[in-house]
Ligand binder design. Structure first.
Ligand code: GRF
Length: 211
């Protein structure tokens, strides 16, 4: 128990991806413990979902604070619990270089589109309105730009003629929950290398291409 790697999850709302990660740790699919969930929004539904699984869940509101003041409070709580990996799960704020320097290469995000298409808000609506035939979701390392860092995994879903934002979002969300667990497992295993923007999985060692 004590030697399991510790994950911290930042949320702002519903928390279904957060829950998928917590449940994966419970099933033993992720060899890790969710040490704390932090929401910047009071009353975020994800808070109660975390607590129902015995996971500590805190509110640290950004109201009245500068970005860095707010982040310092969050970083202190994460460090206090020896968090090694930070997962953004519907966390609706950009992170500053300060936060990222405290967890270099250790912050992940999930986004409901095939990046670099449709970054930002309402990605599923953007995809529908653009008329793409496929969309999906992306788990990536976080950098200072929105929905931008090196891509770890993506999953593709079809877009149907009779889709609404709701039906497409639901199809993508089901994939998000699987994808985030897989991506976290890869990052925790350390079995990857980053070359430029490319995340090469299963090539942590110097050896060449696996047979
Ligand atoms: C998800 O679609 C995620 O990709 C995006 O925000 C949404 C959060 O949903 N970043 P939930 O809070 O995980 O249910």
């Amino acid at each position: 128990m004590g030697d399991k790697k510790k994950i911290g999850i930042l949320i702002s709302g519903r928390g279904s991806n957060m829950l998928a990660l917590i449940e994966a740790t419970e099933r033993g699919e992720l060899e890790a413990e969710v040490a704390v969930v932090i929401s910047n929004v009071e009353g975020a539904p994800g808070l109660e979902k975390a607590r129902a699984h015995g996971v500590e869940a805190l509110v640290i509101s950004h109201k009245g604070l500068s970005r860095e003041e707010h982040e310092r409070l969050i970083v202190a709580e994460l460090k206090r619990r020896q968090v090694e990996l930070v997962c953004l799960a519907g966390y609706m704020r950009l992170l500053s270089p300060y936060f990222l320097s405290e967890f270099p290469g250790r912050v992940l995000n999930i986004h409901p589109s095939l990046l670099p298409a449709f970054p930002g808000l309402e990605a599923q609506r953007q995809a529908l309105e653009y008329g793409v035939k496929f969309s999906g979701c992306t788990v990536h390392f976080v950098d200072e730009k929105m929905d931008h860092g090196p891509i770890i995994l993506q999953a593709v879903v079809p877009v149907y003629d009779d889709d609404t934002v709701e039906t497409l979002s639901a199809r993508i969300l089901a994939e998000e929950h699987r994808l985030y667990v897989r991506a976290v497992a890869i990052v925790l295993s350390g079995n990857y290398r980053i070359e430029g923007r490319r995340v090469l999985i299963g090539r942590s060692r110097e050896a060449g291409h696996p047979a």
